[in-house]
Ligand binder design. Structure first.
Ligand SMILES: C[S@@+](CC[C@H](N)C(=O)[O-])C[C@H]1O[C@@H](n2cnc3c(N)ncnc32)[C@H](O)[C@@H]1O
Length: 348
């Protein structure tokens, strides 16, 4: 899918497969030919089994569950360079014709906004009413597959992340009068629909920043007349201190670090902490390296993510803030598919 030049992706986040591959290529080892041959045969078997089951009209959920589990194990078993060669082979297999009927998988592959993980895709797995038509107009098989993919542990964790964000904003508003909040890479800011503090007009401002003008326009339309205001801006702009945003009681980034290489993540954290008031907090989330949908996402959804452990999150925090005054906590969401880092800036 070509990238829409209007989006002006800043290449600081690896939000397209092309950018992700460019990044991976800089550290690529070569694939061992014996391992590649053996794993190609294993992959063919995995995909053929799923294809046959679809042809025999077996129930969709167990087919996709087994397929995703086998892809996850294969991804773990082989060298990263070998896995990268397997990804296009899986994508070209005829079983994709069945899987693409799932509205979630289809949107992810087709990338209507030109990049992976856009807010429209999240609306599909958030089960947001704006995605109802997309789901309802899918084939019966597509809806059956969606019933599985939208309830996969990673999707459940994504919905919990949205709720954690809303709760965190509400907690900030209950400890600070007229709280100011910044969401970096806000997407459609769906968490704001669940915030009690926003509904009760307790916030001074809730600024959302995103590189996608469609998402910025959606937020400004949906939250007109509230404390929410979305701005067009990018990670690159934040790193360059290009926006006069002021400071905030809470700054957070959700669904962004999954696309940021470590060095950019470290620099963004440093800049983000400049935007946090003394005593305020920065929260960031990342899909964890314990997810089991990684193989399915990278192949049939064409949605690679940079997965992180709690140690990786602590490493980013320490690399960014070593020497300064802060308190940090790293913790997993309830099914461990997402890991969170929360940093409180020391009072001056
Ligand atoms: C997975 S969505 C997350 C949306 C929202 N924060 C949420 O949790 O539902 C990722 C968002 O990051 C934005 N994004 C990705 N790279 C960005 C960059 N370099 N600068 C600004 N926004 C970026 C995308 O436009 C998209 O809206």
């Amino acid at each position: 899918m070509p990238i829409d030049p209007k989006l002006q992706l800043d290449e600081y986040s690896l939000v397209t497969t092309r950018l992700m591959k460019k990044h991976a290529a800089t550290s690529e080892e070569t694939a061992d030919s014996d391992e590649l041959r053996d794993s190609t045969a294993q992959l063919a078997l995995i995909l053929d089994l799923a294809h046959q089951a679809f042809m025999r009209h077996r129930p969709a959920a167990p087919i996709v569950h087994r397929l995703a589990g086998r892809l996850h194990r294969l991804r773990r078993q082989v060298a990263p360079a070998v896995w990268q060669k397997l990804v296009p082979l899986a994508q070209q297999h005829r079983v994709a014709e069945y899987l693409i009927q799932d509205p979630f998988t289809r949107w992810s592959v087709e990338k209507p906004r030109g990049y992976s993980g856009d807010a429209g895709l999240l609306d599909i797995y958030y089960k947001h009413p704006t995605a109802d038509d997309i789901v309802a107009s899918s084939t019966l098989l597509g809806r059956q597959i969606y019933a599985y993919t939208s309830e996969a542990a990673s999707s459940v964790a994504g919905r919990e992340r949205r709720d954690i964000l809303a709760r965190t904003v509400d907690e900030t508003a209950s400890s600070v009068a007229k709280a100011e909040v910044l969401a970096i890479a806000c997407g459609h800011l769906r968490e704001a629909e669940r915030s009690d503090a926003l509904a009760k007009r307790k916030l001074q401002r809730w600024v959302g920043l995103d590189q996608d003008p469609v998402s910025v326009a959606t937020v400004n339309h949906d939250f007109a007349g509230t404390a929410v205001e979305a701005l067009h801006g990018s990670v690159r702009g934040i790193l360059r201190r290009a926006y006069a945003l002021g400071t905030f009681d809470l700054v957070y980034a959700s669904g962004l670090y999954d696309y940021l290489p470590r060095a950019i993540g470290v620099r963004l954290l440093q800049r983000a902490m400049e935007l946090v008031k003394p005593g305020g907090e920065f929260l960031f989330a990342n899909f964890s390296d314990e997810i089991t949908t990684d193989g399915y996402m990278e192949t049939f959804m064409d949605w690679p993510l940079i997965l992180r452990s709690a140690d990786d999150m602590s490493d980013i925090i320490n690399a960014a803030l070593g020497g300064s005054s802060f308190e940090a906590k790293v913790y997993y969401g309830s099914n461990r598919n997402i890991v969170y880092g929360k940093i409180r800036k020391g009072d001056l």
